[in-house]
Ligand binder design. Sequence first.
Ligand code: APR
Length: 238
Amino acid sequence: MTRRNLVILTGSGISAESGVPTFRAADGLWEGHRVEDVATPQAFARDPALVQDFYNQRRRHLVGVQPNAAHHALADLAARWEGDFLLVTQNVDDLHDRAHAETPPGRGFELIHMHGELLKAQCTASGRVCDWPGDLAADEPSPFHPAGRLRPHIVWFGEMPLGMDRIERALAACDLFVSIGTSGAVYPAAGFVQQARWAGARTVELNLEPSLGSRLFDETRHGPATEVVPVFVGELPG
Ligand code: APR
């Protein structure tokens, strides 16, 4: 059977070989920081300088990293895929965007950054979002609203992920669901595989090691993303 409606979910594992740290590894981001100190609205209200500094450092780090073979394989796949193609990433880096920008124009590339984007800032008063490639000051004034200030455009713990309507619709119509480089520790993304199964999709996991939800996948391939993703993508029809 030809599978035409494709949903791909990526996590920090896909960017690991580009030099972006994952979250839950021994040397991962959450080992050096408590989530409650840097990744919640309460933390930002309590100590904006600490929170802005955490994201300023991560934003600066992005300048020196490049998309890898796994990002490029997905951008190439999008360019030739004849059905619905939706790439959902939990990553706040811009490596999928850059891989896509470096790919010759193709059929269409729909990307949702469900946990936000490091290179954007959001006004606390109006919710408006703008590009923000540099540092954010502890109380960066907002260009959108006199009472607002700018925060990182990041979905913190306790906040609603972005693009959920579109993601739910795609999952409900999904024929093939592929999860790449995510531990399956954080919902709602960790539940997407179950939703895809309910829709009758074939489910595939590509990860360095079995994720928490590994048993929900019809097929699992374990190895570094730069190896397993290009091979898997190469086996899919155009
Ligand atoms: N290739 C493939 N997978 C890899 C690689 C690699 N080179 N390196 C690590 N991995 C896998 C790990 O084995 C792990 O299962 O990537 C996964 C990363 O898991 P986490 O560190 O939990 O990161 P992620 O799943 O992206 O976290 C989800 O949690 O804290 C929040 O908002 C944050 O978006 C993040 C969310």
